[in-house]
Design a protein around this ligand. Sequence first.
Ligand code: NI
Length: 198
Amino acid sequence: MAILKVAQLGHPILRTVSRQLTGDEIASPGFQQFCDDLLDTMLEYDGVGLAAPQVHVPLRVVVLSLTDERGPEFFINPEITVLSETTRRTWEGCLSVEGLRGLVERPDHVRVSAHDRDGARKALEIRGFGAVVLQHERDHLDGVIYVDRILPRSLVFTPEFRRWGPPEEYDDEAYEAEAEAEAEAEAEDASFLREIPS
Ligand code: NI
């Protein structure tokens, strides 16, 4: 096991477009060791997701937890398709942008197809927070960081965010009501994540 060094915003590796892996590469012992290290690094730093370029490896691999029940899983060569026009706003952070939070609006219903770390194909339909994490990590593979997508004037330091809450323009009743409605809809919709038979 090894904890890998996480690149911080400004390091050119975070802006590179990562390359796809072949089936043979996925099966190789070296790559399997890398998967273990990527996961250990995510857990060490309490991340909900981590992409390979964040640890200086420009390959199309991410590890993330879609739900607590599923736990961490790998998405290799992931392809995301947006399934509906509805969006969701989330206060995102990133292990490569230490100490900051910003509000990002993304599609909240997507389909992902990818290889698992054993090389098997998988496809999932997902809504809500998991869909957000997936898109955040997938962005890293194209050199895109969440700060490129934040709503104006929403960037804040985490301790200040905890102390003062969201900036005034993002703290209105409309937004809270919307967030509440979303949370309720999510709680009701137990099937927000489903496997698509391939
Ligand atoms: Ni990130």
